[in-house]
Design a protein around this ligand. Structure first.
Ligand SMILES: Cc1cc2nc3c(=O)[nH]c(=O)nc-3n(C[C@H](O)[C@H](O)[C@H](O)COP(=O)(O)OP(=O)(O)OC[C@H]3O[C@@H](n4cnc5c(N)ncnc54)[C@H](O)[C@@H]3O)c2cc1C
Length: 391
């Protein structure tokens, strides 16, 4: 590591690696820092992505990233009705250990310096601008200067808070998650399974995504407002005991996902935030891999332009916020509203939705019709559903 870079990216998740790659590919001198020993580990993720989204952010989908192709989703209501939504090649369950690792390598191939086991513990400020980071690398405390710091530090989101761009997450805007990777699961691997119900996962859902050969990521998220006497892990353990008593648990993780409204200003003088650190995950599904990568790509491009123009002001860097809002902002806001409507559904509402969906011909069992059926008693939200899917 040198003493000075054009751009320092904090966090080598998908958003950070993408930001580092795009800044470096556009001519900036970039340092990408990761606190963990290895990029991609531990995996706190169910690893599901849509095919269209993935194709939009990478030039080529490498076979080694894919554990399982997904051809449809099975939605299970509280009274155990199954609703199948099927489509052509809907998505993939990734191997994020390999995927995240490769993204960091792609950043390095574009010219970024990558350094793991390096914890950023503060920002440097000069004349009202962020001007670098304080870090502890392999036990050594150091300061490194930069014209721009990009916070891609996930749900911990320290960089954004230090820079005054964001506050702590509100409880109701975070899903508390627990997940196991378990063997001996007797489900069809071609589908992703989602289980709903207040008793199972209040304010959230349970998922089961195949990793191949009878191994599944099975996890759940519960809304922050519902975290009470029973923890996310408590709900998950109960579900596994009831549904999959034969499960052999290979790994266990806990984590949080922001399901929060967008942040208007995602940049300040000499600083930008991307990915979970900037609330980019989809507020309904909690999916944040692709959305973080998209934001990282834009932020990296704008950062490199700012360096070329010699202008790292709040004004210039917020070109990134403008581009993001033009592409993603409206949909994100609509999904946030829809999430609130879905949280209020009773188990009976969910059972009724399943009955309604199963009474439709297969070709009408689509996601948009599902939301429309679920929110039938909240007509103002149906309009938001239409807008979200139209944009
Ligand atoms: C249980 C669970 C299941 C999920 N399932 C899915 C799913 O199926 N599909 C999907 O799209 N999304 C899913 N998500 C969400 C998805 O994992 C995140 O949205 C995505 O990882 C966000 O990418 P990111 O790069 O913004 O942050 P992260 O992937 O969290 O990366 C942030 C990185 O920053 C590093 N870091 C943090 N602080 C510092 C620091 N101070 N110094 C240096 N490094 C630091 C961290 O170690 C980490 O590597 C899930 C999340 C959870 C918790």
């Amino acid at each position: 590591m040198k003493k000075k870079y054009d751009v320092i990216v904090v966090g080598a998740g998908p958003a950070g690696s993408m930001a580092a790659r795009s800044a470096a590919a556009n001519g900036a001198e970039v340092l990408l820092l990761e606190k963990d020993r290895e990029v991609g580990i531990p995996v706190r993720c169910a690893e599901g992505v849509g095919e269209i989204g993935l194709k939009a952010v990478v030039d080529e989908i490498k076979p080694r990233w894919i554990c399982q192709k997904i051809y449809g989703v099975q939605l299970i209501s509280p009274d155990e009705q199954m609703v199948l939504l099927e489509g052509e090649q809907m998505g993939y369950v990734l191997n994020r250990k390999v995927f995240d690792y490769d993204l960091a390598q792609m950043a390095a191939d574009a010219g970024a310096v990558v350094q793991t086991k390096t914890f950023v513990n503060g920002l440097l400020f000069t004349d009202g601008y962020v001007s670098g980071v304080r870090l502890n690398s392999l036990g050594q405390q150091r300061e490194i200067s930069a014209r721009i710091v990009i916070g891609a530090d996930g749900i911990e989101a320290r960089v954004g808070r230090w820079a005054g761009l964001r506050k702590h997450f509100a409880m109701h805007d975070v899903e508390t998650c627990a997940q196991v990777t378990a063997a001996h699961i007797d489900l069809d691997p071609r589908y992703c399974y989602f289980y709903f119900g207040k008793e199972k996962a209040p304010g959230g859902y349970i998922w089961a995504f195949s990793k191949g050969e009878g191994v599944f990521n099975i996890g759940l998220g519960i809304g922050g407002d519902f975290s009470g006497k029973i923890s996310a892990m408590g709900y998950l353990t109960r579900f596994l005991e009831e549904k999959f008593p034969e499960a052999a648990v290979l790994t266990t993780v806990v984590g949080g996902v922001p399901c929060a409204p967008p942040i208007k200003k995602m940049a300040g003088n000499g600083v930008m935030i991307v990915g979970d650190a900037a609330n980019h995950a989809n507020p309904v599904s909690g999916g944040g891999i692709i959305r973080g990568m998209l934001a990282g790509k834009i932020a990296g491009q704008v950062a490199a332009e700012a360096i070329k123009n010699g202008d790292v002001s709040d004004n210039f860097l917020n070109t990134y916020s403008k581009i993001w809002f033009e592409g993603e902002g409206k949909t994100h806001s609509f999904f946030y509203k829809i999430k609130k409507g879905i949280y209020n559904l009773s188990d009976e509402d969910l059972n009724r939705t399943a009955r309604l969906m199963n009474s439709k011909p297969m070709k009408e069992r689509t996601l948009i019709n599902l939301f429309k059926s679920a929110l039938i008693h909240q007509p103002s939200l149906i309009l938001d559903v239409m807008k979200a899917f139209a944009s």
